[in-house]
Write a protein that binds this ligand. Structure first.
Ligand code: UD1
Length: 340
């Protein structure tokens, strides 16, 4: 396999580190990780270093001059861009942070990429670009579904998508893959080891994500949790989401690098095409961990749609992607092992 220079922004973070791990393990590409270590962890970088060497640059993407020099000097073939702010409620109270960190810094990164002749750009977007789907299709939301974000987080990502599309239209040499992630969860654990030793996982402090919070309860780090709303028009009244294991999502990014050698720019949903309710997730967590904890019913959380389920036909057929961990119990178990 040919050897390329690949830059991963946010490579010390949750999803970025899983992609870095797979690239270090399964390819011979030269990897550079850029991270400001605001939420990413130095310990994760040490774990990655135990696989093989890579370059690490501690840098915030808002340092435009330094980003430009890095890209000028790096001779990068592909950029995989994760570095971003991701907490939806925070984006509502502090929208400028989201438009700066996500849209402005991404626009600068794209501009530097074009200036430095980087040919390929893989971008982490989100199902939040679809907002609150009315009439969720039976077959799930496909990539042509109306985009209509209902929070600044989703809008900051959609705006970056547009910048990428317009830039690629104007520069025929520049191509992108945009992944719209549904609900990413789980951790990388060693399934061949009886003890299920976890290697990397989600270390974000003050987590807001359902599976992370449920695993904190199962390990007794947190005394109890709440279900935000049980009066939605769903199977049991609680919110329904499409949970995807982080290692399957990472695999899609690895595939995208080669995909872009042969194919045109495109947008792909990344999900399993199957929804689980909040109640089902909590029940599954309790079952696989043999733990019990208190669950209260609380009011709906602002900006939460009732149900979000992907139609993943496109990524499966065009990118030849097939998930390995399509099982809620496995996702919950890996999140729990990591949390321990
Ligand atoms: C949101 C975004 C998603 C984004 C992710 C990043 C939307 C529609 N989705 O996912 O695109 O990538 O954040 O941060 O904006 N819940 C509880 N109790 C809890 C925690 C969550 O009941 O303690 C419920 C929520 O109300 C929701 C479901 O669990 O129904 C999933 O919530 P969460 O894990 O926070 O993810 P999203 O909000 O779906």
């Amino acid at each position: 396999m040919d050897k390329r220079n690949i830059l991963i922004t946010g490579g010390a973070g949750y999803i970025g580190s899983h992609v870095a791990k797979q690239l270090l393990q399964a390819t011979s590409h030269n990897i550079t990780i850029l991270d400001n270590l605001s939420t990413g962890s130095a310990k994760t970088l040490d774990t990655l270093r135990s696989i093989r060497e890579f370059a690490f640059v501690e840098l915030d993407l808002k340092e435009f001059a330094q980003v430009a020099s890095l890209l000028n000097a790096g001779n990068f073939d592909t950029i995989i861009h994760f570095a971003a702010s991701i907490v939806v409620p925070e984006s509502v109270t502090n929208p400028i942070k989201y438009y700066m960190n996500n849209t402005v810094n991404t626009t600068n990164l794209i501009s530097c990429a074009v200036e430095s002749d980087v040919k390929r750009f893989i971008f982490s977007s989100t199902a939040a670009v679809y907002g609150e789907p009315t009439n969720l299709p039976e077959t799930g939301i496909d990539e042509n579904y109306l985009t209509n974000p209902i929070n600044p987080y989703g809008m900051s990502k959609l705006m970056s998508e547009r910048v990428l599309q317009d830039t690629a239209n104007a520069n025929k040499e520049f191509k992108f893959v945009i992944f719209r992630y549904f609900n990413v969860a789980g951790a990388d654990i060693n399934y061949t080891d009886d003890k299920l030793t976890p290697r990397i996982g989600q270390s974000f402090p003050n987590a807001t994500h359902l599976i992370k919070i449920a695993s904190e309860c199962a390990t007794a780090k947190r005394a109890k949790m709440a279900i935000f709303g049980d009066d939605f028009n769903t199977v049991d009244g609680t919110g329904v989401r499409d949970y995807i294991h982080v290692d399957d999502l990472a695999d899609a990014h690895i595939k995208a690098i080669d995909y872009l050698q042969e194919n045109a720019s495109d947008i792909f949903n990344a999900g399993y095409g199957k929804g689980y309710s909040v109640k089902e997730v909590i029940e599954t967590m309790k079952k696989v961990t043999n733990a019990d904890f208190t669950v209260d019913i609380a009011p709906r959380r602002a900006g939460d749609p009732a149900a979000l389920i992907s139609n993943n036909t496109k990524i499966k057929s065009k990118m030849n992607w097939s998930p390995k961990y399509n099982d809620l119990a496995l996702i919950c178990q890996s999140a729990f092992e990591w949390e321990k």
